[in-house]
Design a protein around this ligand. Structure first.
Ligand code: PRP
Length: 208
């Protein structure tokens, strides 16, 4: 029998869609798993073990090889630039990264402040358009920053647009499209290639 494969999955909103996709691809998985608080789930029938991590941490587990493969958002991959192989665009959890701020406002001319959970993406974007900015790194509720005068703009994920709308903000620039990707540890990809390729081809068939 082949050796066990460890898959790092993001907890939270991406989990449900990713898990359903694995079921559609024919993996025999229990229906109820998302209800539990367990962080490690063994699926002996498939010789698979899931570890459930914060979305930002999935590439960390995969890069260090404690997970062979994982599902990570393109936003996280762009931000972290880790040594992992990107195998497949699963085309789920689609959203985009944008800059946003209060309506009809210009950015401060001298070192405008940008609040974000994505300091590298934000820095690269503004560097690319020749703007020198000061990045203010936050861990969440980024939309607060322009409202209370902490920043001129935010750089954040926009999905339905509801968070921006409900906080009186508007989108200024579309920075990048985001969806979830299947990633692999480079060593696992070599050592467990057949097994990983099989998962890729099963998932490919259910990508919409
Ligand atoms: C994300 C993102 C936005 C929101 C966008 O936050 O940072 O705030 O979702 O979604 P929407 O366009 O559908 O409203 P998340 O829910 O992950 O919480 P956070 O603020 O704690 O990061």
């Amino acid at each position: 029998m082949s050796s066990e494969l460890t898959i790092a999955m993001p907890k939270g909103r991406i989990f449900e869609e990713a898990y359903q996709m694995l079921i559609e691809a024919g993996f025999k998985l229990p229906e109820e798993v998302e209800m539990s608080r367990k962080l490690m789930i063994e699926i002996p029938e498939e010789n698979i073990r899931f570890i459930l991590a914060k979305p930002m941490d999935v590439p960390v587990y995969v890069e260090h090889g404690v997970a062979d493969i994982g599902i990570a958002g393109k936003d996280v991959l762009m931000e972290q630039q880790r040594n992992v192989h990107e195998l497949l665009d699963l085309k789920i959890s689609k959203c985009h990264i944008a800059s946003a701020g209060l309506p009809n406002t210009e950015m401060d001319e001298i070192a405008p402040r940008i609040a974000t959970k994505y300091p590298n993406i934000a820095m690269n974007y503004y560097k690319g358009i020749g703007e020198q900015v000061e990045i203010i790194e936050l861990n969440g509720s980024v939309e607060l920053a322009p409202m209370i005068g902490l920043a001129d703009r935010i750089v954040d994920i926009v999905s339905t647009g509801r968070t921006l709308k409900e906080n009186g903000l508007v989108e200024y620039e579309h920075i990048a499209d985001v969806s979830s990707r299947l990633i692999a540890n480079p060593v696992s990809y070599r050592m467990k290639n057949e097994r990983i390729q099989e998962i890729v081809s099963r998932l490919k068939k259910v990508v919409k």
